[in-house]
Design a protein around this ligand. Structure first.
Ligand code: HEM
Length: 443
C-alpha cells in the first residue's frame, strides 16, 4: 500500500509540516512527488510553495522576473555598490550580457579537448590509487579541480584551497536558505565561513588576474610577431600553427571588448570565481551519486560496465544522465516571488503565490511526470534530453552544462572500467548536504 503523505501532512501541527516535507524530499522523494502530482500539484507549505508538475515547473522557470533568484543576492556579493555575480540577476542587462559572453568563452568546440583532459586526469588518479580509493575527496572533487586549473586557468594555487572555497560557497548558497531549517547558530557559522572564503578567493583572483595580464600582454606583444613569422613557415610545411597556451581566463583577457559592451577587467575576475564555484562540488556530488546508484543496482551496473568499455561513449553518457534523474544533485530549484502571481490558471490547481514568498520548483518531480516521459519510473537510457532538468532550465540554465555533460560521464566511465569495482561500505554524507566519504576497491 502506498504511504499517504498528504494525510500525514494535513494532520501535522503547523510547525511540523515543512520538516515532514523536507524529510520526504530527502529520503523518499519519488513516491512523495508522485502523490503531489496526482493530488496536490501545488502545495503551499508554511515555509514555501512546492510546484510538482512538469508544465508548471517549466512555466515558472520561464518567468525569471516574477520567480526571481533574489535568494542568491546575499550569497553572491550583491550590494548597493557591487552587482555581484550574474546568477543573482534576473533577465536584466548584466545577466544577458555576461551569460552571453561567458557562453562564447566556453566554446563548445573545446569539449573533445576537455573530455581528453578529464579522461587522462581521472585515469592517472585511479592508476596511482592501485585498487583502493576514497573516491569523494581523492577523485570526485579532485578531477573537476584539475579541470578548473588546466582549462579555466585558475592555476598557481593549492587545489585544496579551491575545493574549500567552492564547498562553502555552494553550502551557503544552496543549503543555507530559510527552507533548509538550519539552526541560527549553524546558519551564522556557514555564513561566516563563506564570507572568509570569499575574501580569500577575491584576493587570489586579484593576484591571478595580475599574473595573467602580464603573461598575456608580454607574450602577445613581444612574441606575437615572431610567432606569426614562424607560423608562415609551418603553413608551408603543412604543420599546425604554434599557439600561446590557452585557458579561459587568458582567453577572456585576450578578447578585447569595446567600452560600450561594458565587460571591464573587474567583471572578468568576478566571472573567473564563478567558474570555480560552479564546477567542483556540483560535479563531485553528481559523480559520487551516480557511481553509488550503479553499484547498488547489479542489473544496471552490468549494462553500464559494458557501455563504459565501448570507445563510443554515447551509451554510457545517456546512462549517466538517466541515473541523475533518479539521484539529482538537488530535487528542486528555488525562487522568490517578486509579485503575487497566479500559476496554472484555468486548471483545478490554479493557485496564487504571494509576493515575497519562496517557491521550490520540484525539478525531479517534473522529470518523473508522465508529461515528460513514458514509464517515468523505469530506468531507460533512451530518453529525450530536452525534458531533463539536471542543469536547470531557461534563462538561468547552467553555464557549464556542456562541460558537465562530458566531465560527469567520463569520470563515472573511468571508475566503471576498473576490474571488479566494489564499494566497501555505504556512501557517507556525514550529516551534511554533500557526499563526503565513499570507499571503493578494484582488482
Ligand atoms: C562544469 C562546470 C560548471 C560551471 C562552470 C557551472 C556554472 C553555472 C552557472 C554560472 C550557473 C548560473 C547561470 C545563470 O544564472 O544564468 C549555473 C546554473 C546551474 N548549474 Fe551549473 N555549472 C557547472 C556544473 C554543473 C553541474 C555538474 C551541475 C549538476 C549536475 C550543475 C547544475 C546547475 C543547475 C541546476 C543550475 C541552475 C540554477 C538555477 O536555475 O537556479 N552545474 N551553473
Amino acid at each position: 500500500m502506498t504511504k499517504n503523505y498528504l494525510e500525514q501532512y494535513d494532520a501535522a501541527a503547523e510547525e511540523d509540516k515543512y520538516p515532514l516535507v523536507q524529510k520526504w524530499m530527502k529520503t523518499e522523494p519519488l513516491p512523495f512527488f508522485k502523490q503531489l502530482r496526482e493530488e496536490r500539484p501545488i502545495l503551499v507549505s508554511p515555509q514555501c510553495t512546492l510546484i510538482a508538475l512538469f508544465t508548471d515547473v517549466r512555466d515558472s522557470l520561464q518567468m525569471p522576473t516574477i520567480f526571481t533568484t533574489a535568494l542568491y543576492k546575499p550569497k553572491m556579493g550583491v550590494t548597493d555598490t557591487d552587482p555581484g555575480y550574474l546568477m543573482a540577476h534576473d533577465d536584466d542587462a548584466l545577466h544577458y550580457r555576461e551569460k552571453s559572453i561567458m557562453k562564447s568563452m566556453l566554446n563548445r568546440d573545446d569539449i573533445p579537448r576537455i573530455r581528453k583532459l578529464i579522461r587522462d586526469s581521472a585515469k592517472e588518479i585511479l592508476d596511482d590509487a592501485k585498487g583502493n580509493i576514497e573516491i569523494v575527496n581523492d577523485y570526485c572533487r579532485m578531477v573537476p579541480a584539475i579541470m578548473v586549473q588546466e582549462y579555466f586557468g585558475l592555476d598557481g594555487i593549492n587545489r585544496k584551497k579551491l575545493l574549500k572555497w567552492s564547498y562553502w560557497n555552494q553550502y551557503n548558497t544552496f543549503h543555507n536558505q530559510p527552507f533548509d531549517l538550519n539552526s541560527e547558530t549553524r546558519y551564522n557559522e556557514i555564513v561566516d565561513i563563506h564570507a572568509q572564503c570569499s575574501e580569500e578567493l577575491a584576493q587570489y583572483v586579484t593576484i591571478l588576474m595580475g599574473r595573467k595580464l602580464v603573461t598575456v600582454y608580454l607574450k602577445d606583444r613581444f612574441l606575437g610577431k615572431a610567432l606569426s613569422f614562424i607560423n608562415i613557415f609551418r603553413k608551408i610545411a603543412r604543420k599546425p600553427d604554434l599557439e600561446f597556451k590557452d585557458d579561459i581566463l587568458k582567453r577572456m583577457i585576450r578578447s578585447s571588448f569595446a567600452p560600450q559592451v561594458d565587460f571591464p577587467i573587474a567583471r572578468v575576475g568576478t566571472n573567473a570565481g564563478g567558474l570555480l564555484i560552479g564546477s567542483v562540488e556540483t560535479t563531485s556530488q553528481a559523480v559520487s551519486q551516480v557511481i553509488d546508484y550503479f553499484l547498488e543496482r547489479p542489473e544496471i551496473l552490468q549494462e553500464a560496465k559494458a557501455a563504459a568499455i565501448d570507445t563510443n561513449t554515447t551509451k554510457i553518457d545517456c546512462m549517466v544522465w538517466e541515473a541523475l534523474r533518479f539521484v539529482p544533485i538537488s530535487p528542486y530549484l528555488f525562487r522568490q516571488m517578486s509579485v503575487d502571481y497566479t500559476i496554472a490558471k484555468g486548471t483545478d490547481h490554479e493557485t496564487t503565490i504571494l509576493a515575497g514568498t519562496n517557491v521550490l520548483q520540484l525539478t525531479q518531480s517534473a522529470m518523473f511526470d508522465e508529461y515528460s516521459y513514458e514509464n517515468p519510473e523505469e530506468f531507460d537510457s533512451n530518453r529525450n534530453w530536452y525534458h531533463n532538468f539536471n542543469f536547470g532550465f531557461a534563462s538561468h540554465d547552467c553555464l557549464g552544462k556542456y562541460v558537465g555533460m562530458a566531465m560527469i560521464p567520463e569520470m563515472v566511465r573511468q571508475v566503471l572500467m576498473r576490474n571488479d569495482i566494489k564499494a566497501t561500505g555505504k556512501m557517507d554524507y556525514k550529516d551534511g548536504p554533500f557526499p563526503e566519504e565513499y570507499n571503493l576497491t578494484w582488482k
